[in-house]
Design a protein around this ligand. Structure first.
Ligand SMILES: Cc1cc2nc3c(=O)[nH]c(=O)nc-3n(C[C@H](O)[C@H](O)[C@H](O)COP(=O)(O)O)c2cc1C
Length: 193
């Protein structure tokens, strides 16, 4: 069955980013595509150390849980990333993870190619578009396919759960999730049983 991995880059296990991604998960599942939501809360993600060992190891040399996430992404057709905005940028450890995933993909079998997805950014007041642009660099340089929506994938909220009150933001992100699922079904049609 086709599958989408959704990754929350917030340290708050039930924060706004997680909740927005959970809304996306429900939409994807309603389209008949499997979905799994992973949170970076409690994880200590290191930055790429530029050792180049991924080419021979076929995985990252660092053992902090990123290789397990890489395997989940490798086996999925879709990959959606959500980040809280910190000082107008995506969270640092999330970007470190994306850089390592991209490096392992490029140094091995380019498993990211043709995966469908894109970034979502959540903030109290501002900085979502610059954060989305940062994360888009990962998607666009790794041969991935990004559908649009009715607005950019941004939403507003400060305290956990507040984001669900941003009606337009949630509608935009639900439509994006629907587009990801629809595109996956077109690109990877499953045999009718
Ligand atoms: C260190 C830090 C920096 C932040 N920087 C911004 C910012 O630049 N713009 C903004 O609107 N909100 C900023 N916020 C607020 C968060 O983006 C907001 O609370 C968001 O809902 C957090 O998402 P989460 O619940 O998924 O962790 C910042 C929060 C923290 C902890």
């Amino acid at each position: 069955m086709n599958k989408v991995i959704l990754l929350s880059g917030s340290p708050r296990p039930d924060g706004n980013t997680f909740q927005v991604l959970h809304e996306s998960l429900k939409i994807i599942e309603s389209q008949g595509v499997e979905a799994e939501l992973i949170s970076l809360a409690g994880k200590k993600i290191q930055s790429c150390i530029a050792c180049g060992k991924c080419a021979e190891l076929k995985k990252c040399v660092l053992n902090d849980g990123v290789n397990e996430i890489i395997e989940k992404i490798r086996n999925a057709q879709g990959f959606i990333v959500g980040s809280p905005v910190y000082y107008g940028t995506a969270r640092g450890d999330l970007m470190s993870l994306l850089q390592r995933v991209g490096k392992v993909s490029g140094a091995t079998d380019h498993f990211l190619s043709w995966k469908v997805g894109g970034p979502i950014a959540v903030a109290r007041r501002g900085g979502q578009t610059s954060s989305i642009q940062e994360m888009l660099m990962f998607y666009l340089m790794n041969d991935m396919i990004i559908p649009g929506s009715t607005y950019w994938n941004i939403a507003f909220g400060r305290t956990p759960g507040e984001v669900l009150e941003d009606e337009e933001g949630i509608q935009t992100i639900r439509r994006f999730a629907e587009n990801v699922a629809q595109l996956i079904k077109k690109i990877y049609p499953e045999p009718v049983s």
